[in-house]
Design a protein around this ligand. Structure first.
Ligand SMILES: C[S@@+](CC[C@H](N)C(=O)[O-])C[C@H]1O[C@@H](n2cnc3c(N)ncnc32)[C@H](O)[C@@H]1O
Length: 297
């Protein structure tokens, strides 16, 4: 469940009183952020990207559900929550999960918000009903070691310096804290001017080198990737994003091809990758990296 805003005080460490956009406190160092103070305040904390509302938002969510299977994420979130809950000692009845870039609830991540033994704290670079504060992930306004887990789903491609964001995630995690990340590999640019990077599964492992691996793999294999690519081709030929979306919807069945493609082949052609890990104190060394490769070559 989403923690009440007053819980923030137990986690935040910030040198000044925050400004607010509506009811949302803003913890941003504007000298070192993609956010512009004047634009953020003038826009009332609204997203710079058009996210749709009402019917459009429902259509977008439906398209996402139909074309991007969320079974793998659901299973991973189950493992995350079950592990967190299993670690609760007698003194606490809830585990704390910080959701980075949580403006929208991620595909397959619903259990984080419905399980009464989980308390979600969430932020994004815009204000909205799913977050308690506005911040930039390059500087998370929480004390060291303050949360049990961090979830960062479909966000690291949108930050300018993913390694710095992951270092921040490591810092705010309690010793032995857990991280769950999903990041695109072969996927078209989305969110326009706010999309910067992609990761292979090995590259993602290196990004999370200061964590021990519990599990990692593919979210959406080459079949899902093909849906995105053919949608982009259709959008390009027709000069219409709506045609691109309709094409993706019509080709939803291509996702079932992933059921027959071996896992290691999927790694080399994944639409996205995930990493579930535990905060460690000794990072992987460069020489250990070739041994981390889990593809088919
Ligand atoms: C593709 S959306 C994913 C949203 C959600 N996590 C999901 O899985 O549906 C990327 C999100 O990252 C957020 N984001 C981008 N840059 C960020 C930053 N520097 N700090 C925090 N969030 C950021 C965006 O505002 C957006 O909400």
């Amino acid at each position: 469940m989403l923690a009440p805003p007053e819980r923030l005080a137990d986690f935040v460490s910030w040198p000044a009183e925050p400004e607010h956009v509506g009811r949302w406190p803003v913890y941003v160092d504007y000298d070192d952020s993609i956010l512009d103070r004047a634009r953020l305040l003038a826009g009332g904390g609204a997203s710079e990207i058009e996210r749709g509302s009402g019917v459009t938002a429902t259509l977008r969510r439906t398209l996402r559900r139909v074309t991007n299977p969320d079974g793998r994420t659901r299973r991973n979130v189950d493992v995350l929550v079950d592990t967190l809950v299993g670690n609760l000692d007698g003194e606490r009845d809830r585990a704390t999960v910080l959701v980075v870039g949580g403006g929208e609830i991620g595909n397959g991540a619903d259990r984080l918000y419905s399980d009464p033994r989980v308390e979600v704290l969430a932020f994004d670079i815009y204000a909205g009903p799913n977050v308690q504060f506005v911040a930039d992930a390059h500087r998370i306004p929480f004390s060291d070691g303050s949360v049990d887990a961090v979830v960062v789903q479909a966000v690291l491609e949108h930050v300018l310096d993913p390694a710095r964001v992951v270092a921040e995630i490591h810092r705010v995690l309690a010793p032995d804290g857990l991280v769950y990340a999903e990041t695109p590999f072969l996927q078209q640019v989305h969110e326009g001017p706010y999309d910067f990077t992609r990761f292979t599964e090995s590259g993602h492992r290196w990004l999370f080198r200061a964590f021990s691996r519990i599990d990692s793999g593919v979210v959406g294999g080459p079949g899902v990737q093909l849906i995105w690519t053919l949608g982009a081709v259709a959008a390009g030929l027709s000069r219409s994003r709506a045609v691109g979306r309709a094409t993706r919807l019509a080709l939803f069945w291509l996702r079932f091809l992933d059921r027959v493609v071996p896992q290691n082949v999927q790694v080399d052609g994944a639409c996205g990758v995930y990493f579930l890990g535990r905060r460690a104190e000794t990072p992987l060394s460069p020489a250990q990296m070739p041994g981390q490769y889990r593809g088919a070559q």
